[in-house]
Design a protein around this ligand. Structure first.
Ligand SMILES: [Zn+2]
Length: 72
């Protein structure tokens, strides 16, 4: 598995796996975090979640197969 370092303290980050998040609709909280990106992909969004055990920074990455440009 690919290793990632925390941008703040450069500790190796721990992968928590791919999580599914619900975006769009009335759960507007994600707009604060993802902005317009939350509007591009409505409903279920899969994100790879990484956490730094040192400073508790959390990062999200798109899984490789996730289509960025599909806007149905
Ligand atoms: Zn850190």
């Amino acid at each position: 598995m690919e290793e990632k370092k925390c941008p703040q303290c450069r500790t190796y980050m721990e992968c928590l796996g791919v999580k599914e998040f619900r975006t769009g609709g009335k759960t507007g909280g994600w707009h604060l975090l993802l902005g317009d990106f939350a509007e591009l992909q409505e409903r279920i969004m899969k994100l790879e979640m990484w956490v730094c055990s040192q400073c508790r920074q959390v990062l999200f990455y798109l899984p490789d197969k996730s289509p960025l440009k599909s806007r149905k």
